[in-house]
Design a protein around this ligand. Structure first.
Ligand code: BTN
Length: 248
């Protein structure tokens, strides 16, 4: 069945709007919410997601992956990351996935993903896949992470509706692969696009800074990072890449 679509001019957050629809019990099927503007856009780690009115893609997709167990949550992040990569490559760009939720072009952040899951028993009863993709915005406030947009990287403006429709198509294609159990295919595709895979770079944890090499991602979605010959696993927010910290 086709995914329904609802477009909002303004909302607090498209993720929050979907949570509200679910709480109301008024929404049975797969649906994509898009908005021109969010006044309380949610980012990772409690940060806000800022986006100028009408310039970028602000979207949340509601799906019901009851076939996934709670420990499979990272599979949904893989699906979302790969779909964004598909779209950006289609626009002639060279994006990479920065584990776990960012999409970069030339080491600058062009898109972020915020996934919020509902768990019932051992399974994921619903997922809200929130995506912010900088499309036509050309100036950004200075954040700890340097931002870019498709317009800045490609040199021209893009039609928001066309890119949204394409992204939805890729999301659904990648999600259907997951439903069909093509997990190792998705894993290998993800690794091919992973920023700094097998490349030495500087990382920081709460207590130290060191040079490490990403060797992969665990089944639970943790980073596998080798340093001094030992590979350790790190959960999100336990570790961060130091921008510009690539070593040759
Ligand atoms: C990040 O911090 O990188 C994740 C950002 C996710 C932002 C998107 S914009 C559409 C959706 N609605 C939200 O409130 N957040 C996500």
């Amino acid at each position: 069945m086709a995914v329904k679509r609802i477009h909002l001019e303004g909302t607090a957050s498209t993720n929050r709007y979907l949570s509200w629809l679910l709480k109301e019990g008024s929404f049975p099927g797969e649906v994509l919410i898009t908005a021109d503007y969010q006044d309380s856009g949610k980012g990772q780690g409690g940060h806000q997601w800022h986006s100028k009115w009408g310039e970028n893609l602000l979207m949340s997709l509601l799906l019901f992956p009851a076939f996934l167990s709670a420990s499979d949550q990272f599979q949904l992040s893989r699906v979302a990351s790969l779909a964004i990569i598909d779209v950006l490559k289609g626009l002639g760009l060279a994006p990479l996935i920065k584990w776990p939720n960012d999409i970069l072009i030339n080491e600058k952040k062009v898109a972020g993903i915020l996934i919020e899951n509902g768990i019932t028993g051992k399974n994921i009863s619903h997922t809200i896949i929130g995506i912010g993709l900088n499309l036509n915005q050309k100036d950004f406030p200075v954040f700890p992470v340097v931002a870019t947009s498709v317009a800045l990287e490609s040199g021209f403006q893009h039609n928001r509706e066309e890119v949204t429709a394409r992204l939805l198509e890729f999301l659904i294609t990648r999600y259907r692969y997951l439903e069909e159990g093509r997990v190792s295919y998705l894993e290998s595709e993800y690794l091919k696009q992973l920023f700094l895979l097998n490349q030495p770079a500087r990382y920081a944890t709460a207590g130290s800074e060191f040079t490490g090499i990403i060797r992969g991602i665990s089944d639970l979605g943790e980073l596998l990072l080798e340093s001094y010959g030992i590979t350790r696993t790190y959960a999100f927010q336990e570790i961060r890449y130091i921008p510009g910290g690539r070593r040759n």
